[in-house]
Design a protein around this ligand. Sequence first.
Ligand SMILES: O=C1O[C@H](COP(=O)(O)O)[C@@H](O)[C@H](O)[C@H]1O
Length: 232
Amino acid sequence: MGVVQGDWHEFAASGELAAALAGRVAEVLREAIGKRGTATLAVSGGTTPGLFFRALSHERLDWAKVTMTLVDERFVEPTSPRSNAGLVAANLLQNEAAAARFVGLYHRADTVEEAARLADKEVARLLPLDAVVLGMGTDGHTASFFPDADTLPALLNPAAKANVLPAHTQSGIEPRLTLTLARIVEAGFVALHIEGQEKRAVLEAALGVQKHLPVRAVFDHAKTPIGIYWTP
Ligand SMILES: O=C1O[C@H](COP(=O)(O)O)[C@@H](O)[C@H](O)[C@H]1O
């Protein structure tokens, strides 16, 4: 399908954005539980989602019926300050949301390729995802779709069978594990959470002439309008 413009939601401050995005995600999870009895959610890591995670953790819903996973992960132990699983444990799997189940992408393995194979099997049981919340870097990457990722064509293949793939990049520092584009765009609800003028300019460029920026692929292959949540 492809819905290049996106569905913009702008907020005066990070707290307002966090509350609105948490409310919308909670609504999607409640609807899924109402229909199927369970719900699945994939969230991103990095420096942006802390406030959103804390707001979501206070939402009232039947969290015991929710399974959460990650959009992407660094190939590091959960105890590392760079672990997205660690960030989720400290900020989202708290309060009301402490009852949710968490299936991370990291596995202790000799190689990130082996860890990705293990994660792929576990994620297969959660599909299709009800909700996915993406972030974006100022280089135009989302998930671990870094512009210099060695596996970028496979990651961005809209017909990929793989759920989780490894990626080696210079810019992403550690090896990565990431959901593939195909699994992200088939989710019932997809949001992109970005903050600051610089990221807005990058996203606008990606949605305009800078079509090569990886985040563009999500919009090109979107099956529902991507909710863009932005604050300066
Ligand atoms: O490396 C990552 O970066 C992006 C964006 O992170 P931010 O620090 O600029 O918010 C994030 O969405 C992704 O999950 C993470 O692994």
